[in-house]
Design a binder for this molecule. Sequence first.
Ligand code: FES
Length: 155
Amino acid sequence: MTLSKESLPAPSRRSVVTAAGVVSLAAALAACGEGGDGKDKSAPAGAQKPDDVEEPGGAAGAALAKTSEIPVGGGKIFKEEGVVVTQPTKGEFKAFSNRCTHKQCPVTSVEGGTINCPCHGSKFDIADGSVKESPAPKPLPAAKISVDGDSITLA
Ligand code: FES
């Protein structure tokens, strides 16, 4: 007696597709599962950060500028460090975050006694970061600097 093709229990096309779909779904879940596999997803063992690697932008203690670079009654934007340094009156230096408090655009100019955001027109006072023109809802946060002689550094 020979077995005919019809007598073998062949899976229907639908059941094959469904099984493949389940396998794909399971693989996808395993790939993006959070903590389900018990593995630590943090840095690999032995990959500690060396002490001498600087954080990008705003490195404390880094020389930022010479005082002579900051115009009296104006200021200068340090995009990399994320700060604006101003000199409202001669010898008085202030620093603020360069991120507008409206929608976080970086400010792009210091003119006319204000730090200006190009996105929606907010303006901030160079002396205290207060809002001079909305829509910004609050002042620019102050940043810490120190002035030593003619050198300005991030504190
Ligand atoms: Fe600066 Fe809107 S993000 S005014």
